[in-house]
Structure formats: structure tokens, C-alpha cells
Design a protein around this ligand. Sequence first.
Ligand code: ATP
Ligand code: MG
Length: 344
Amino acid sequence: MAFKELVFSGVQPTGNLHLGNYLGAIVKFVALQRRYQCIYCVVDLHAITVWQDPAELRRNIREVTAAFIACGIDPGKQIVFNQSQVAEHAELAWVFNCVARLGWLNRMTQFKEKAGKDRENASIGLYDYPVLMAADILVYRATHVPVGEDQKQHLELSRDIAQKFNNDFAASIAECGFGEAFFPLPEPLIQGPATRVMSLRDGTKKMSKSDPSDYSRINLADDAEAIAQKVRKAKTDPEPLPSEEKGLEGRPEADNLVGIYAALADSGKSAVLAQFGGGQFSTFKTALVDLAVATLGPIGAEMKRLVADTAYIDSVLADGAARAQAIAAETMKPVKDIVGLIRR
Ligand code: ATP
Ligand code: MG
């Protein structure tokens, strides 16, 4: 059966939205609007898998929503909402909890990284995160999921869950009139020069909201001065920039900065190196600051303006949630029939 093409993705309201979120995810969200119907979700139920201060969580939900809009997502044409307003995400996650296997979750590297050494003390939600993520996507029977490289493993798990549901309930799915498969196998969209933006302090670590050093990341809300300082202090090595891409091998910091420039300029690493290869880092860094400020400056200003208008942001979320729920509810009815649950 052919599934209707639909894009779904989410961003957690965990504070400090950064250049990695922007280049790895949000830029793609914006571009995909031209070709697809898109659903973009502020995944607040994922955020609470680690402790969140309630007032800060509310602020962060609104900030991610403002960032989506400031970056160019049209909440009138697409669907923008926060996850907890559509209870079907959690409902489908329970069904998927009974489909997914413990062995599958035990392989997830994000849980291992986030739980750290004290695994016994991690929340069950943190462990179950990828199952809820599968439900987020599949409750809309979405076919395409733009994410950064770090979410690749979770996307594979989503496909495994969809596949196992389709297999386990094959007879029932056919009986209910859905042919051979009820859920699509969602495809990850992970492309371009910045699918994994690294920390500015350590080229082997992902740029992340939760890094204790603010110098490790460029935040979408940073002003020009902060961006300039962070890029100037960014770790590099003593060699000049290479003229060709293979010269970046074994030089994670140089590779990262070149990748960031390429993504911001909407070009490729080889084009950037053709321009800056052989030169000093200081020249390249000055150009990178200019480019980053030109791109992020207007976004930060617009975010600031939008978050101040709480009533507007909340109305966007309420409207998006109503439209999302209309789709999600239509998925849950046949899911219940297929599984054998009685409904009204
Ligand atoms: P947290 O540390 O709370 O998990 P995060 O920075 O990983 O925060 P998420 O909300 O988990 O942000 O992810 C939102 C999107 O941004 C996802 O598609 C994820 O793959 C992408 N993303 C996150 N970090 C990076 C990065 N460093 N480079 C590229 N994409 C990234
Ligand atoms: Mg993350």
C-alpha cells in the first residue's frame, strides 16, 4: 500500500536551542515545507524524561515554538504544536511498549550517554524515550523524518517497531481493510554538511543543549558579540586550512567549523575550502562570524519579539494541537480495532 507522504519531526524544549538544532534539523524543516505537508512538534513529554523546572519548561516550550516560526515555518500551512496537548502520542506509545523488545532498547546509545554511570537512577521515561518517539511519528503515519545524525538509531528503532506491528497483526490488518501494512516504515532525512555539529570546545563531542559550557555552542538567541567571542575562542589546530576535503581527516575541529560555514552558506565543504584553503584560521573565523551573525541575528531578534507575545504563541500551539489531534485520533481507532480493543 502507498502511504501519503507526510513529514514529522520534533525538538525538545530543554533550553539553549543551538546551531546544531538549527542546521541539523530546523533548516531542513523549513525547506521541506515547499514539497510536503509537515507536522513540527515541541516534544515536551520527551523533555520531562529528565528533570525540568516547571516555569522554565513552560518558557522553553514557547521559545522552541518561537524559534520554529522565526526560522520560517508557517504555522498556518503546517502543523506546529506541543506534544502533551495530543494524548494519542502517549496512548500509541503504550501499544508500542508492548511491541518493542527490551533487547532493542538496551542497544540505544543515547540512553547510555544520558543516563551516565548511575543507570539505576535514570527515569523509566528516559529508557523508553525511543518508543515514545516511534509513536510521535507513527501516530500520523508519517513517511519522512528530518533529524540530525544523532537520531539515526532511534529512527531505525521506529522502523523496527512499525515492521513488527505490521507482522504481528498482519491478519488483523488485512481483515480491517488495510492490506499488507498499517504503518509506513518512516525514512530518516539526514543530509548536508552539518548533520552532526560538534562542540566548539571539543570536536569529538556533539554540540548539545546540556553542555555545561556555554562556549561549547552558539545559541539561536546569542547576540552578535556573543557569537563573535565564541567563534574566536573555538578550538582549532595549528595547521592552516587544507585546500581539499580529505585534508580535514583527523582534524575534527577544523572539519566542524568548515562544515558549519558550508551549511550556513548553503554550499559544500569543498567550495568553502576552495575559498579559504591555505589561509589562517583567523581569516576564516572572521568570515564565519560575519556569516553566522548575518544568519542568526535576525532569527534571534524575531524569537525575542515572538516569545514576548505569549497569547499568540499559545494560540498557535492550541490551533496546531487541534489539527494534529484530528489526524492522530483517526489513527488510534483502527489501531484499537487491529489490536482487538473494544472502543465506543
Ligand atoms: P538534548 O541535549 O536535550 O537532547 P539536543 O541538542 O540533542 O538536546 P534535541 O531536541 O534532542 O536537541 O534534538 C532536536 C533536533 O536537533 C534533532 O533532530 C537532533 O538530531 C538535532 N540535533 C541535536 N544536536 C545536534 C547537533 N549537534 N548537530 C546536528 N543536529 C543536532
Ligand atoms: Mg537530543
